[in-house]
Write a protein that binds this ligand. Sequence first.
Ligand code: HDL
Ligand code: ZN
Length: 417
Amino acid sequence: MSALAFDQIRPTVHRVIAATPVFDLHTHLYAVPFGDLLLWGPDELITYHYLIAETLRVSDVSYEAFWAMDKKRQAAHIWQKLFIERAPVSEAARGVITVLGRLGADLNARRIENLRDFYASFKTEDFVNRVFDLANVHTVVMTNDALDPVEREIWNRGVKPDPRFKAVLRIDPVLLGWPKVSDRLKAMGYGASSELGAESLKEIRRFLAEWIEKMNALYVAVSLPPTWRYPDDSPTTRVIREAVIPVTRERNLPFAMMIGVTRQVNPLLRMAGDSLGKSDIASLERVLAEHPRNKFMATMLSRENQHELAVTARKFRNLMVFGCWWFVNNPSLIEEITRMRMELLGPSFIPQHSDARILDQIIYKWDHSRRIIAKVMKDKFADIAAAGWPVSRDEIDRTAHDYLGGNFERFLASVPA
Ligand code: HDL
Ligand code: ZN
């Protein structure tokens, strides 16, 4: 392949990143057959829990009064506080603007009623197609909870698969919910008692195996608090060591750890009430070192953990670092983290996932992140070209494809040597 002229490198990176379809490896989206679990439209978009937290900082209504409102009234209140009385300059507020603009809504009216009228003509299936198209996303990975009775019922009824929506078995309660979770597992027919003896662990392995099968899960995931330590004498360590590790190894599935979330620091905010803390990287190191033949994915919530996470990925080939999660999913931090990761890991990491909860959001989550990933890639390719490397179009294509989905697909297929 011939080398690109220096002044062609940046425009080529820009075009290639924009044109490369994404495999979005962590979202809270659901395919259409999941019914009401699939959220979309202006009122869902505007009542995103990030925007609820930002509204209740500036609103004069009490938590109770806000929660007493129905969704439309909540959306109208958020619109008034964050978009009319104030400029929508936060990342979550700007995201709403990006989505509406890309969909073609008229923003001059600044009236939420106009947005509802604009959406009124969309049919769900058509809207899904339109959003995937605008976001240039080819596949999203859902977050699936077999312990949720509503979702479980849908799986047990049989879900008509949509190839654009892959499943993940999310197991937070199975790792963090002892002893209470044993009752929920028992109610599902798994003989897991809170003593967590050999029989219980065998039943937990059966739960994992059966639901991985039923969902055709791409990986098994958990979110962990900053206080997570490994190993310790907690049920969490027992279940990781004696259930999650053997079952994911047998199936060559990654175990994804999302580390650093402190749940419900302010319960009055409900889903918006979670926060973060700096986590113990040594615990992650020990899991990786103890299980070299298992595959792991990891993302961390605290900015202060990002450098050590990237260095940990240099030490352990069975770790795939991914995403700028939640409170670090903001342009300034995405750039800082992506630049650092590119410098430490080259093309061998996954820069981003959307974490989208409302379907419309993948438009902004990826528009905003593509721009930043491209910005860092432009600098890095310009740097090697300036040092004399003959940068080719093919190299840029391959790197963009790796970052936006190829690394994930290859990691899923890989078998740790
Ligand atoms: O635990 C998680 O997967 C987090 O992403 C939470 O769902 C959180 O509420 C969120 O949506 N963050 O973006
Ligand atoms: Zn999430």
